[in-house]
Design a protein around this ligand. Structure first.
Ligand SMILES: [Ca+2]
Ligand SMILES: [Ca+2]
Length: 203
């Protein structure tokens, strides 16, 4: 029984990777054929969302992302990864789903993104790894902030730091939606593990 479940998950992962990249701007979705068994909603391949099943693997329906909860906003697709990962692990998983970590460009996207996280601290794409205090979106290198909390944004570029952020308090070079700030941003140690939000790519 245990092995059979593992095989089922392996197959679903393979299907997700096969169909994860599509031309219609979606990530993390796969379609299963009639021969694919319905997945166990308690397995990592088919998650429950707030107590109700939102990701079905019945034949003919959109199948589950590997461990994610899909959503749409502004014509783009997103997948919230519920299992905590490091920033590097989250980045790799988003790429495997055909996207990348989410980039937040305006208040509407911020509010949407935070709503996906079920109030969990969540990785998004920003980082200041290349040069301390120079915060950028890695997909195209757009710098959105320079300095610590007394620093400032690039004119016209959206930011939403928590009131004492960024503070680089423990060599913090990766960006989160932080639970204690109600989803406002905090820099955090990239090696810690949090949930993550993926977004279809390119922006
Ligand atoms: Ca830093
Ligand atoms: Ca911080």
């Amino acid at each position: 029984m245990h092995q059979r479940q593992e095989l089922s998950i392996t197959r679903l992962v393979a299907i997700a990777l096969t169909f994860g990249i599509s031309a219609c701007g979606r990530i993390g979705y796969a379609h299963v054929d009639a021969a694919t068994p319905s997945c166990d909603v308690n397995s990592p391949a088919c998650r429950r969302d707030a107590g109700s099943v939102t990701l079905g693997c019945d034949a003919g329906s959109p199948a589950c992302p590997i461990d994610g909860v899909p959503a749409e906003h502004g014509g783009r697709s997103y997948v919230w990864l519920e299992i905590p990962r490091t920033y590097a692990e989250a980045t790799a998983t988003c790429v495997a789903l055909g996207g990348r970590l989410a980039r937040i460009d305006d208040e509407a996207e911020q509010n949407f993104a935070w709503a996906q996280t079920r109030t969990n601290t969540t990785w998004i794409a920003g980082q200041d790894r290349a040069e301390e205090g120079v915060w950028l979106w890695p997909d195209d290198g757009t710098v959105f902030w320079r300095g610590l909390q007394s620093g400032g944004p690039t004119p016209g570029v959206y930011t939403n730091w928590g009131s004492i952020e960024p503070n680089n308090s423990s060599d913090e070079d990766c960006l989160t939606l932080w639970d204690a700030w109600g989803g406002r941003w905090a820099d955090e140690d990239c090696e810690r593990s949090y949930t993550a939000l993926c977004e279809s790519s390119p922006k």
